[in-house]
Design a protein around this ligand. Sequence first.
Ligand code: FAD
Length: 377
Amino acid sequence: MTTAVTIIGAGLGGLTLARVLHVHGIPATVYEAEPSPTARPQGGMLDIHDHNGQPALRAAGLIEEFRGLVLEGREATRVLAPDGTVLFDEPDDGTRGRPEVQRGALRQILLDSLPAGTVRWGHKASGVRALGDGRHQVTFADGTSVATGLLVGADGAWSRVRPLVCDASPEYVGLSFIETYLYDADSRHPAAAKAVGGGALFALAPGKGIQAHRESGETLHTYVALRKSQDWFAGVDFTDPAVATARIAREFDGWAPELTALITDGDTAPVLRPIHALPSGHRWNRVPGVTLLGDAAHLMPPSGEGANLAMYDGAELGKAVAAHPDDIEAALTAYEQALFPRSAEAFTHAVRVNEFCFGDNAPHSLIDMLTGHDQTP
Ligand SMILES: Cc1cc2nc3c(=O)[nH]c(=O)nc-3n(C[C@H](O)[C@H](O)[C@H](O)COP(=O)(O)OP(=O)(O)OC[C@H]3O[C@@H](n4cnc5c(N)ncnc54)[C@H](O)[C@@H]3O)c2cc1C
């Protein structure tokens, strides 16, 4: 194949695609908006699933490197009632098939596996246009441009490539997370550290929750979840961390102090993360020479699957291109025919997980899901 693949976005999806193409001897260039690999903290831990994230890493030839990153014991799961009562407590016995790694470390093994110069940092795609015959031109914010015979939008939720295939755009799902960190938790925040335990904590009630994870070292990473409108959040002054913390904590009045400490004792300013999604079942008609993967293709409510799906998409697309080296359209058709039903199923699951976590029967609905007693068809 003579056409080099042009990938927009060096997230986990775009990098997995570049790596799988490289394994098959197919050249690719990844254009990334951020100026360097360390420009932004890469966020917390990801559980990498045995049915999508792990097969993707196997296709990338990186499963051993991945195993070296796994943080032992972090698959433990606890569900607590707002008063701190432990309702569910499952230790990590190593058999759950969802080992936890730091996102930044995972991204680094993908970056290290690519030939030097594959990722062009500081290239923010600002415009895309069809040139005809399946070719496209991408213009970057610095005024430079590139023309390509195979363009892949791996540029996340607010994809600049997506408008080439459809006019859908993400909408707010009515849920936001507020992110906090507690450092040196065992010594400095022992009650909160004990409540979280060795892995993940879910303290939930209808419409709200505190979800925390023990990361590497003694760091507790928390997502406080609130089902509120964007107008409501606009009324919270996140430019003043103390004011924002107090306002968010007020939503959890009466909850056990070891839980609210995850909000009030934060060692970092609280960060608001509004959750958006594309429409359920989002798909598009085949457009020659271009496709999407990961959040660009199927942004969905959080369910612990998004990064896994992005990597799986990247691996599947890479394998499809390798299987049809002289016929890009056949490759993209095969990839998208599997992508759309896979994404639709994951979307349905994500909506259910969110209902289990923050719906009227929380936290018992989540426990039913975790114990396999959920009766929802
Ligand atoms: C709060 C929160 C918690 C989450 N927790 C989990 C979890 O525990 N497990 C899990 O599996 N998933 C989780 N997800 C979902 C997961 O983060 C995403 O689904 C995943 O990162 C998607 O990967 P991606 O490669 O498609 O896109 P991204 O990771 O968004 O990467 C896109 C890349 O494209 C770049 N880019 C964007 N625009 C441009 C442009 N115009 N030009 C060039 N480059 C551009 C970006 O800088 C970025 O590097 C979570 C999401 C959120 C919001």
